[in-house]
Design a protein around this ligand. Structure first.
Ligand code: DGJ
Length: 682
């Protein structure tokens, strides 16, 4: 009698074949199967021995080993001074914990390993969360070079993997790779999440089913997809460990970051929707629930380092007049910080620029009814700073090697308790002395020489611990995760934060693609999206206010320009855009998101539900067609009728089947334009 472990959620099913002496074999991960359906036969009964092959068949398991008959990629690479390198579970016990969670207890009694895999298929989100804890049960130190959070199976018709790369000012560049019998691999070794390799991907199959995975981790990571002998593929995702970084003494354990994975018969949109639900559930909002996302004014692109308290007060007044709700004082406010060459670490107001401190500006902002927010970059230090002069040993370094600066700065060693204590005290002093409701938490360089013994992992955990301490002490304060724009966007840091700064590129044309990539994994209310200056500082391109504000509309809206310098028409248009955002944010910031392309440079996203949709249509390039394309809305119910209302226009009633199959007739849109429609089921 074969045992199967089964987890169901409304849209997904995972099934493992369980035996007492090996890791659970992957039998199914895919769209929901009916209750009670399990494989008709044990897997090995379906697989006669191929020629010239092992007599003992080793199929894909949840924890594939090495050296003992599994010839694909292993979940673990570890050894004790060269010994105990071969791994295969010798015992397995599956413990059901509640309805949706399994604790899979494995041991490898030969190599001296204990492994616990926690698998939870969340019924609310359809996301399977997997993590692995490895304990050294042998004698001698276990040197761990790789421990996957999990191993997932992909079906034989998996065709293409969509992942995201980029750089500063150009996040979420979509890369589509065809899957073949050659392997696919993405790695990040920059020490933080990085612009270069978002820690996740979406795989699409020939039948339209899509699989997604992302790692809840803000450091190095590795993911790989490899073809295996039965035509399926194995998808491994986990933290990237540097040589010598993880050496477990007897009895010590290593727990991986969580991996979030989902599958949807509805394709990539279904994957995104499940991720949005799961990410929303990970956020610890002040007061327990998200409040309407306040309109920001961020001072960076309007002022850079040119801080003048009187001008900033005028800016705050002008911002409040157009409807801004939160004023964020960016870089340049602290002791000696007049450009990017100095002072990171000296977290007290510059006595020359702010002789009375930040109190008067903060009081002015709050008197206008706005929140006051402050930029910090806690993990960083400039060599030209009081902090570095007092504690040069606190910066990451490797004895005998030169320091490598980026943006003139070094990285503090967050594994040191004294560093975390110091930063906690410094930031807490600011939070206690000023009415700060919001911290923009930046991280503007990659990690190099992370310790005489590598401390990449400790760096991430140290930052999480510092954020957690500050959140516990100041639970009303929201935190934004920023890293030179979108260098730290991931499901790990969001447990401590409330917004991502998506990109330093606020050019609205560039933002269309960046935001579409972001929305594949993260919900819109976390997506910092600002109206920037014209011409855009990052690209020099010019875009109309209507277009800039229209592109920013679905995210967490903000303004990043000197409002005082706007002409009357642009100021009035910005005020109207802010009013429109306030009216619509409740609808953009909940529910489901769909994304599509209508052709001829028109892309769209829809927010809400099949009964009640906000449709956001963007033209990114002048038309090359004589007539505008039709936009098909596959998520609507073909059996119903819909009231369709273009913004500012009169409603018409249209059959759902027409909109699903023939499509909405778009008007001719100017070369760069946004149009909004409401669709409500009649
Ligand atoms: C990088 C961020 O992405 C910007 O928004 C700004 O905060 C600068 N750092 C300040 O140095």
């Amino acid at each position: 009698m074969t045992d199967f472990a089964v987890l169901h959620s409304p849209a997904c099913t995972a099934i493992w074949e369980v035996r007492p002496d090996e890791a659970p074999l992957w039998r199914y991960w895919g769209p929901r199967l009916p209750d009670g359906v399990v494989p008709p036969t044990p897997l090995r009964d379906e697989r006669p021995e191929p020629s010239f092959s092992l007599h003992h068949d080793v199929p894909l398991s949840l924890f594939p080993g090495i050296g003992m008959g599994w010839f694909g990629a292993p979940a673990l690479a570890a050894h004790r001074g060269g010994a105990d390198w071969a791994h295969a579970a010798t015992a397995c016990r599956v413990e059901q914990v509640g309805e949706d969670t399994l604790h899979i207890h494995l041991s490898d009694d030969v190599a001296g390993l204990a492994i616990v895999i926690v698998a939870r298929l969340d019924p609310a989100s359809d996301v399977l969360t997997l993590s692995t804890t490895l304990t050294n049960r042998g004698e001698g130190v276990l040197d761990v070079g790789w421990l996957a959070s999990a191993c997932l199976p992909l079906p034989p018709d998996a065709r293409e993997v969509l992942s995201y790369t980029g750089r500063h000012n150009s996040e979420f560049v979509a890369v589509r790779d065809a899957l073949s019998r050659a392997g696919w691999r993405r790695e990040n070794r920059r020490g933080l999440t990085s612009h270069d390799a978002f820690p996740g991907a979406i795989v699409t199959c020939a039948d339209g089913t899509a699989y997604g995975a992302q790692l809840a981790w803000s450091g190095n990571h590795v993911q790989s997809i490899d073809w295996i002998d039965d035509g399926r593929r194995q998808w491994l995702l986990g933290e990237g460990l540097a040589p010598g970084e993880m050496r477990l003494s007897p009895g010590e354990s290593l727990t991986t970051p969580e991996m979030l994975a989902t599958v949807s018969a509805l394709g990539a949109d279904g994957v995104s929707q499940a991720f949005h639900r799961a990410i929303r559930a990970r956020i610890a909002w002040p007061g327990g629930a998200m409040s309407p996302r306040k309109v920001h004014l961020n001072t960076w692109e309007g002022f850079y380092f040119d801080h003048d308290p009187a001008a900033l007060q005028d800016l705050a007044t002008a911002a409040a007049q157009v409807g801004v709700e939160r004023f964020v004082l960016d870089d340049g406010w602290f002791a000696g910080r007049h450009d990017d060459t100095s002072s990171l670490g000296d977290w007290r107001p510059d006595p020359l620029t702010y002789p009375e401190g930040l109190g008067p500006l903060a009081a002015h902002v709050t008197a206008l009814g706005m929140d006051f927010g402050l930029w910090v970059e806690p993990e960083m230090v400039n060599p030209d700073s009081d902090l570095y002069r007092a504690h040069p040993d606190w910066a990451l370094h490797i004895d005998g090697r030169p320091l490598l600066t980026a943006r003139h700065q070094l990285v503090l060693d967050m594994s040191l308790p004294q560093v975390r204590d110091h930063l906690c005290d410094a930031i807490a002093a600011l939070l206690r002395s000023l009415p700060i409701a919001y911290l923009k938490w930046d991280h503007n360089r990659d990690l190099t020489h992370a310790g005489n013994r590598a401390t990449y992992r400790a760096q991430v955990l140290g930052t999480y611990a510092l954020m957690a301490r500050l959140r516990a002490a100041f639970p009303a304060v929201e935190i934004e995760s920023c890293a030179g724009g979108g260098g730290r966007i991931d499901a790990g840091i969001i447990a401590h934060t409330h917004r991502f700064w998506t990109s330093d590129c606020i050019d609205a044309i560039s933002r269309v693609g960046i935001q579409r990539g972001f929305l594949r994994f993260m919900p819109p209310e976390l997506m910092g999206s600002h109206v920037g200056a014209c011409p855009a500082h990052s690209t020099g391109r010019m875009q109309a206010m209507a277009f800039r504000s229209g592109v920013a509309l679905p995210g967490h809206f903000g303004v990043e320009l000197d409002v005082r310098g706007l002409n009357d028409a642009d100021r009035a248009e910005l005020a109207a855009a802010i009013a429109r955002y306030k009216a619509l944010r409740g609808r953009f910031h909940q529910g489901l998101v769909w994304q599509g392309a209508a052709g001829d440079g028109v892309v769209w996203q829809a927010h809400g539900s099949a009964d009640d949709l906000l449709l956001h249509v963007t033209r990114t390039a002048p038309t090359t067609w004589r007539h505008a394309p039709h936009l098909r809305l596959p998520m609507l119910d073909p059996a119903r009728r819909y009231h369709l209302t273009p913004e500012g226009g009169a409603p018409v009633t249209v059959a759902g089947s027409w909109l699903v199959h023939a499509g909405l007739a778009l008007p001719p849109l100017a070369g760069e334009a946004v149009a909004i429609y409401t669709l409500t089921a009649a």
